[in-house]
Design a protein around this ligand. Structure first.
Ligand code: PGA
Length: 252
């Protein structure tokens, strides 16, 4: 069996000023400095990337973007490209987060272009998928999640996908305090891995890291991360505090 290194990424969303970024990341850096069995990342707002890169320089914490444009440069007001992110020290990008899909109209086609651009530029894409409460109750979880995966990966072949990370984030669990049970999450993670296997081959699927996201906290992280197909966590609220994120990293 392939060893998959767990990956914990903090998604700060639209929180923290530059000075708050410095304070939180200095504390986090110290709290996780001994960890080498877990890949750790932080996605601050764009305005904090430069400060974060400075504080995290030479550490075991990677810098992630919360979004990215698919082009390298151009007349796209308000957007940031992969080469710009690389220049700022970014190595990972969260793509297709449910908040981007819901509030900013991101479609599977757009997300597919972003995933492709990230891979071409050597940025690790963290592709988010997940169903709403209504979809879960209508028994549509599997069709929604596999539809999002095939939509976002349509332009790629297995060989291109080396570094891809998938984050399964049931929308009803994001920021609500409701977490999927470890069994509920594992069930969907296994379906995702099987689906990727059918789409892109067994080797890609075995290597693929699948994060769970949605109200991950220090007290539920260990149980979730113990599941066979859960290879990490994408953490929103609990990542804003260095102690709670460090506790989640140590649980992994
Ligand atoms: P949450 O957010 O941990 O606050 O639920 C997760 C996410 O949106 O990535």
């Amino acid at each position: 069996m392939v060893e998959r290194k767990p990956i914990i990424v903090g998604n700060w969303k639209m929180y923290k000023t530059i000075s708050e970024t410095r304070t939180t990341l200095s504390a986090l850096r110290a709290a996780v400095q001994d960890v080498d069995s877990v890949e750790i990342g932080i996605a601050p707002p764009f305005t904090s990337l430069a400060a974060a890169a400075e504080v995290l320089s030479g550490s075991n914490i990677s810098l992630a973007a919360q979004n990215m444009h698919y082009g390298d440069a151009g007349a796209f007001t308000g957007e940031v490209s992969a080469p710009m992110l690389l220049d700022a020290g970014v190595t990972h990008a969260i793509l297709g987060h449910s908040e981007r899909r819901e509030y900013f109209g991101e479609t599977d086609d757009l997300i597919a272009s972003k995933v492709k651009a990230a891979l071409e530029n050597g940025i690790v894409p963290i592709l988010c998928v997940g169903e709403t409460q209504v979809q879960r109750e209508a028994d549509e979880t599997v069709s929604v999640v596999t539809g999002q995966l095939s939509g976002a990966l349509s332009e790629l072949r297995g060989a291109d996908l080396g570094t891809l990370v998938v984050a399964y984030e049931p929308i009803w669990a994001i920021g609500t305090g409701l977490t999927a049970t470890p069994e509920q999450a594992q069930q969907v993670h296994e379906i995702i891995r099987d689906f990727i296997g059918d789409l892109l081959g067994g080797v890609v699927a075995e290597r693929l890291r699948i994060q769970y996201g949605g109200s991950v906290k220090p007290d539920n992280a260990a149980e979730l991360l113990a599941q066979l197909d859960i290879d990490g966590a994408l953490v929103g609220g609990a990542s804003l505090d260095s102690e709670s994120l460090s506790a989640i990293v140590h649980a992994a």
